[in-house]
Design a protein around this ligand. Structure first.
Ligand code: NAP
Length: 229
């Protein structure tokens, strides 16, 4: 049974990831900041039997390292760096350094620290895949609407990290990609988004399932289309 580790599973895309991977029979490891209040994720744990939840704030490097140590010896076939943040005030004339740095910390620094801590767990697995949850809003070539300074720059940074990891981990046979989940109805995406979490996640799982090392370093949508950097 392959193993998947997903960050930020108490709501939104992360919650749907653990739901669908558990239903597919995978061994599922989910992390969230407060498992005791993550009632929907706890319901998946209770009904599925193949899901384990760990408490983790991804912005705490020592906690990430400690989880990697706890899971030493566990092969992780697919690592999904999903936890992410969008600040409220991100337009020109509205943002401040503190919020900006928090977004960069969660969306850029934390995934890099995570890859550093878990590269060997992934390399020891059969499938050897790392997915960073990027965004079309992090596409520099595709930016024609402006705004969202911290979020856009954080996702562009995450894309760079996934591309860099794809180069650094190629010798270990690890496939590292960035993925845009679509514009999805979640707390972050809002009610007016294009698609539901079920469609986004089933699409991403299908893309992930079809990946090989020759895909490493790509930026793909949930439908498997290539996005411009
Ligand atoms: P969401 O509903 O706002 O969920 C965000 C998740 O990230 C929550 O589980 C949240 O946990 C977690 N998180 C935030 N900061 C964290 C931290 N310091 N430590 C641990 N967990 C933390 O957003 P979503 O739509 O599911 O987004 C998931 C990912 O997809 C994000 O990376 C987002 O940028 C990306 N994305 C989403 C869309 C979209 O349309 N929805 C589009 C492109 C990309 P708490 O509940 O504890 O805050």
């Amino acid at each position: 049974m392959p193993t998947v580790l997903i960050t930020g599973v108490n709501r939104g895309l992360g919650l749907e990831f653990i739901t669908q991977y558990a239903a597919a029979g995978w061994s599922v490891i989910g992390t969230c900041r407060d498992p005791s209040s993550a009632s929907e994720a706890q319901a998946v744990v209770a009904s599925a039997g193949n899901v384990t939840l760990y408490q983790l704030d991804v912005s705490e490097p020592e906690a990430v390292k400690a989880l990697a140590e706890t899971l030493k010896g566990t092969s992780i076939d697919v690592l999904i760096l999903n936890a992410g943040l969008m600040a409220e005030r991100t337009g020109l004339g509205t943002f401040n350094a503190e919020d900006f740095l928090q977004v960069l910390n969660v969306n850029v620094v934390a995934p890099a620290i995570f890859i550093q801590a878990f590269a060997d767990h992934v390399a020891a697995s059969e499938r050897k895949i790392i997915v960073g949850m990027g965004s079309t809003l992090g596409s520099i070539a595709g930016n024609t609407s402006g705004g969202m300074y911290s979020y856009r720059s954080s996702k562009a940074g995450l894309h760079a990290i996934m591309r860099t990891a794809s180069v650094d981990l190629r010798d270990k046979g690890v496939t590292a990609i960035a993925m845009h989940p679509g514009w999805v109805v979640t707390d972050m995406g809002g009610d007016g988004a294009d698609i539901r979490t079920s469609e986004s996640i089933s699409g991403m799982m299908s893309v992930i399932d079809g990946l090989s090392i020759s895909d490493s370093g790509r930026l793909l949508t949930y439908a498997g289309e290539e996005l411009p950097w």
